[in-house]
Design a protein around this ligand. Sequence first.
Ligand code: ADP
Ligand code: ZN
Length: 434
Amino acid sequence: MFSSLSDISGTSEFFNPTEETLSQDELQFRQNEKLKNVVRYVVEQNEFMRNYYAEHNVNVNDFRGIEDMASLPMVSKETFRKTFPLGLNCVAKEQLREMHMSSGSTGAPVVMPYTQYDLEQWAECMARCYRMAGGYPGDPVQITPTFGLFNGGFGMYHGARAADLFVVPTGSGNTERQIQMARTFKTKIIGAVISYSVRLIEVLQKMNLDLPDLKIGVFGAESVTEAMKNKIHAALGIEVFNIYGMTETGGVGTLGMDCRDHSGIHVWEDHYYLEIVDPATHLPLPDGQFGELVVTSLTREALPVIRFRTGDLTRVLSRKKCDCGRTHLKIDAISGRTDDMLIIKGVNFFPTQVEQALLEIPGVYPHYQIIIEETAGVKDIRIHVEAEEGVTGYQIEKHLKERLGFSPKGDIFKPGELPRQDGKAIRVIKKIKE
Ligand code: ADP
Ligand code: ZN
């Protein structure tokens, strides 16, 4: 089941030309075979999953692949939490080589164990992303997420090594030093949590410096709105890529990234099988419709997830061959998580919609917080935002009213006054008043 990965092809636009351009028919055929294998593998190797499927009356010997997907029960972050730390692991402990943990955005962090093969699989997915963005052997890549439990730093590292890039492993923090390092080593590619790029812009302006060699931003971990992308592009003059992955699929870049056509996120379908389902009914949704992404890992060894409910909202945009030559399907940028949706005064919206609307206002900076105040069960919203002098609360309220259909109260802060985080930005703060 776990064949060896491809060799590096140094000059091609594809890291793995054969796999990245397989026909959709061939991809589907292979997915079907891998699905049958992985479902049986998990039941043979893992006691929790064996019992879980037995409770749901699933006989894996009857499972015929894609056509029978709906017969398999889903798993979620809760399944990981229930089996913490390694209850979903499918291999002998001696075969494990690394582990990572999620950031814990929605509760207790979950664990992903890796075998040597899994590390190579991760590196390959991530290396494809670097090459897709225009990263070639020897190109300096600065890795700014932390090297630690969170998968971002190491994932970007393993992939950069596989892609033969020149790694500048700064890790997180000390932005002034990051800038000096980028200037010294002529960093061409920066890997970061998207909100960190905003911090970088701010400190560059303060230092009155630029990064003339920086061309490519590989940003992930958080939703990226078009408005945010435009701000970053304008300030840094770089091409912004939206990289996607999560702890449960094996980390950053495992799912994929947008290509230079920027017409959606290519998902590595030879490694993952995707479904979009209605978050309430769990029924599959047709291409084009927004719903929750459910992922099955086809090629992971220590912990392949089968029908994992990601909680992330997106839709399938295209299954046609892309102008870049890749055949792997494209999904929309993640618009938020199912549990991010806010309902205030009867209006449903996602924080990303607030971000998009705020950043359309000239003079508003990409630092904001959405404060949800709940008094006796009634929710109200305030928005804190940093803006240039001259931007008025009236301007902001008027624009939000036009774009969101209601007008939250807001407070304007001077640049630098709102708190910054090292990892994922905390955009929504909930306060409950008695
Ligand atoms: P968590 O944040 O759930 O604790 P992780 O640290 O593993 O877990 O982060 C994975 C999650 O981060 C994804 O499920 C998704 O919600 C978010 N994420 C990662 N990359 C992106 C992206 N490019 N756009 C939007 N959201 C992303
Ligand atoms: Zn493409």
